[in-house]
Ligand binder design. Sequence first.
Ligand SMILES: Nc1ncnc2c1ncn2[C@@H]1O[C@H](COP(=O)(O)OP(=O)(O)OP(=O)(O)O)[C@@H](O)[C@H]1O
Ligand SMILES: [Mg+2]
Length: 401
Amino acid sequence: MENFYTYNRPTLYQKQSDAFFNADRYSWIEGSTKSGKTVSCMAWLFEQALFLGKEGREFWWVAPVSGQAEIAFNRMKRGIPKGIIRGIISSQGAQTITLINGAVLRFKSGEKPDNLYGEDVWAAVLDEASRMRAEAFYAVRSTLTATRGPVRIIGNVKGRKNWFFLGCRKAEGGEPGHSYHKITALDAVAAGVFPQEELDDARRALPDAVFRELYLCEPSDDGGNPFGLQFIRQNIAQLSNKAPAVFGDDLAKSVDWTVLHGLDEDGVTCSHTRFQLPWENTIDHIKLICGSTYTLLDSTGVGDPIVERLQKTGSNFEGFKFSAPSKQMLMEGLAVAIQRGEVQYPDGVIVSELESFEYEYTRTGVRYSAPEGSHDDCVMALALAVHAKNTRPAQPQVIAL
Ligand SMILES: Nc1ncnc2c1ncn2[C@@H]1O[C@H](COP(=O)(O)OP(=O)(O)OP(=O)(O)O)[C@@H](O)[C@H]1O
Ligand SMILES: [Mg+2]
């Protein structure tokens, strides 16, 4: 006796179904964050496995890192009706869901593209493609050659210098067999999937270039630089001769530098010192250079006892603890100051650190950091100085009677 199962495709809004459920072999989709990219890909891959599936046929989900592949695996496990599943393997590095028709849904990371060669694959999804190496795409494409299998390539917009961006432009230009689709947060708001308040909040909180990439799918020219390359250069100025109004101090951790950054009353850099010394000498240097000026210091980890020692010598020293949200707030404050021209600095190491800074969108928010192997201590000290200037206690007024 035959068994019958009912499967209902989740209700997708028009732009979602057009982008994923079309007849093109290659569909390239630039999508805003939270626009429903992953949900649509899951429905699409599952249906491919259901309708094209036969004993042992492979259907792949590829994400940039194994953690993301695992999230999709868990979401799929929850979403597929139990009666359609024959078996599940959950071991690290080999996560599969086998359907009753023998189709194998396999969840993989694109970290080691060599591991993506070899099999014949009948349909594939590359989720978060703009964060994946081009080699992962080449590998997956090779697995689809023998089967002529379709693929959905999907991601956030992230600069202009990556294979995903270029592939989207080719598809948009009418490459045969390829189609291009764009789903912005405005589409998701219109479809009732994303709240308008969230969008308004993101627009206010994020640097403009970041907001445009993440929510409106508009690439920045800056390759993911949160400050804007043009703005960074507009604020280059000679060191000021005026007295410092505030200092921002980033303390060296294991391999980097201690940086003391002084801004004058107008936000112009008037003092900039970068050194690597034992803690005792570091404390002496800070006392000497920052004197009695209001100073905000990184008090995370090993910084904490240093700040405490300095606080015993003067009430002008204040600690700032870095956490993911506090660092995000600090960097967004710096981005605003740079874009409004409220801070100036000399050309050189500060400018090159600002220029190579990157942002990355994660599940918990936007993460700002220097690329692997680069320093960020000048940026941190500058950001602390800007924050110090914006938040320092009111100056006592000296009134002549
Ligand atoms: N058509 C839809 N109807 C109702 N809810 C939806 C629809 N599409 C997506 N959602 C919901 O919106 C949320 C975000 O969806 P999803 O995770 O697929 O988005 P995403 O674009 O992949 O996001 P991220 O930027 O985190 O990768 C989920 O809670 C999902 O259930
Ligand atoms: Mg997603």
